[in-house]
Write a protein that binds this ligand. Sequence first.
Ligand code: TXA
Ligand code: MG
Length: 317
Amino acid sequence: MITDSIEIIKKDLLESKVIGLPTETVYGLAANAFDEEAIQEIYRIKGRPSTNPLIVHIGNFTQLKTVAKEIPEKLFLLAEQFWPGPLTLLLPKRGEISASVTAGFPNVGVRMPNHPKALELLNQIPFPLVAPSANISNRISPTTAQHVEKYFADIHTLEGGECISGLESTILGIEGGEIAVYRWGAIGREEIEKLVGKVLNRTQATHSTPAPGMSKKHYAPKCPLVVSQEPGLLLSLSMRQRVGVIWFKEVKWEFPQVICNEVLSNSGDLKEAGKNLYQTLHRMEELSLDLIIAERMPEEGLGLSINDRLDRASSKI
Ligand code: TXA
Ligand code: MG
């Protein structure tokens, strides 16, 4: 159920229930970060493996002290610049944060979301909120309250409109004094590096890196998806009957089997493209397509984040 009432949401949280939380990136599936029963419910209804940790959302800098033991200076600089905003920092966790939040890791992911409703809620409750994206594991992330309802009809979702970023937060941490990136998201590489210089790239998961959720398969629509620099070439070879194509800024080729062309940004703005990506995938998922072909974005700015999501959504066909 979608609701405008912060009171209903607060009541649910106090009763150990899980709620849908609007943020500027994507909607989250949120619960009291100190409530073990509610945390377990998130893993259960999302179908999320217990090895994949949750991000803790705070409403102000004072709350940070209840979650993290300390914040290294370089990361503090980034927090000052980007919070509230789509930046998650991996910080040494306090004892009060349970192992189920961090999946046993010593660091906790923390962010202060930049959404008026989320901030209003977080500043009215005496605890931070854990919140993974509000989708069933490995499916497309939600950018409207209606998307959340599609996955989780039984919970209350706080209406917060369309997410303005539409891509998840960028995740950073520190390794041997150097800033490392674990997931590119709504803040692009250039913006981060302007502030702190070159960052270590840890976006390709291995067992030894601390971003277990960077699994290869993710963000996937129900039908197969492939990413290509040259969708036209794939189209001319494809025997599929019902194809949808996602273009960056213009439709480059028309083919008879294409029943849906979607352009992410007519003006070629990668920020706009990022905002429209999941919306477009949700719409296409409804069309019973045999195949989605997505044009690869330029490898700059948010293009890196969008390509990362497309690669993870893609399947072998
Ligand atoms: O924008 C976002 O970050 C959204 C909104 C709701 O805030 N949340 C989100 O959560 O994208 P989720 O769970 O879908 O993705 C979080 C990623 C996962 O890949 C997880 O493995 C990683 O962050 N992560 C969270 N806590 C971590 C930790 N303590 N150490 C390493 N990776 C962590
Ligand atoms: Mg997610």
